[in-house]
Design a protein. Structure first.
Length: 282
């Protein structure tokens, strides 16, 4: 057997094993969402149920005002508002800040960028009390606006890091030619840099959306009602004090995973090129 053929077989076999390990939990979550509760708690566990139960999805989509379905639907809207608001603010601030770090020369430029990146690396638990006191003083506890501001503090350093490195890969001569023709610096950013940096921008948008959509700790501490509760918190509350409907948790998890999955599919062709180019220069 040729060496290239053997290597190809090994690569495909390794890819198959990795894919199985990644997809198996999702496959089981789908199966659990339509498996009756009595089957899920039997011992030994039956991987394939003798009947399917779709009532959990019906409960989520059509449940009354006092049901878990109403809480889930409200949380879905809140998560969408928080994620879209966080991405919008973070991208505007991040693009302008990243362009400044990439093109302007000022003292402590690199150190300032590292300070922003260090804030992203801080554990969330260390920031809970200060952020809680700040939001409380601004009357932003249990509001989507408060969650958006808190999530922006997490996402903006990430966007600055990704895009500043990506902007450095774009030749400055392109901007200089545009400015010679009379374009301002902001005009060169809009007409020259942003189109050239589109892969990196799409990658930053996707990962920023995922960070905001999946954030749990701040949403758990800073929200207490359906007015601002997000999906991770709502799903965690599906577990009761004495019993847990594991199938309902699985159904909620599947529905919560659909928006990020759609975003990943839409932007997936930009992710590899955007992340790779943004990570090697700087």
């Amino acid at each position: 057997m040729k060496r290239s053929t053997r290597n190809s077989i090994l690569v495909h076999a390794a890819a198959g094993v990795v894919s199985l390990l990644i997809l198996a939990p999702f496959a089981w979550m789908i199966m659990a969402s339509v498996t009756p509760q009595r089957v899920l708690i039997t011992t030994p566990l039956r991987w394939i149920p003798d009947e399917f139960d779709f009532s959990r999805y019906s409960q989520i989509f059509t449940g009354g005002s006092d049901s878990v379905g109403a809480t889930f639907r409200a949380a879905m809207v809140n998560s969408a508002v928080v994620a879209v608001g966080t991405v919008s603010i973070s991208m505007v601030v991040g693009i302008l800040g990243a362009y400044a770090f990439a093109r302007l020369r000022f003292r402590f430029r690199r150190a300032t960028l590292m300070v922003f990146l260090a804030t992203y690396m801080l554990p969330q638990i260390a920031l809970l009390i200060p952020l809680y006191l700040i939001l409380n003083s601004l009357n932003l506890l249990d509001t989507t606006t408060g969650l958006i501001l808190v999530d922006c503090a997490l996402v903006i350093p990430f966007v600055l890091w990704i895009l500043s490195n990506y902007f450095m890969t774009i030749p400055e001569e392109l901007e200089e030619a545009a400015r010679i023709d009379g374009t301002t610096r902001l005009g060169a950013l809009y007409w020259v840099v942003l189109p050239a940096a589109r892969p990196g921008i799409f990658a930053a948008i996707m990962f920023s959306f995922l960070l905001a959509w999946d954030e749990f700790m701040y949403a758990l501490i800073f929200t207490s009602s359906d007015a601002a509760k997000t999906l991770p918190v709502a799903i965690s509350e599906f577990a009761g004090r004495y019993t847990t409907d594991f199938g309902l948790v699985a159904a909620g998890g599947i529905l919560a995973a659909l928006p990020p999955l759609v975003v990943a599919i839409v932007f997936q062709r930009f992710v590899v090129s955007g992340m790779a180019a943004g990570a090697v220069k700087g």
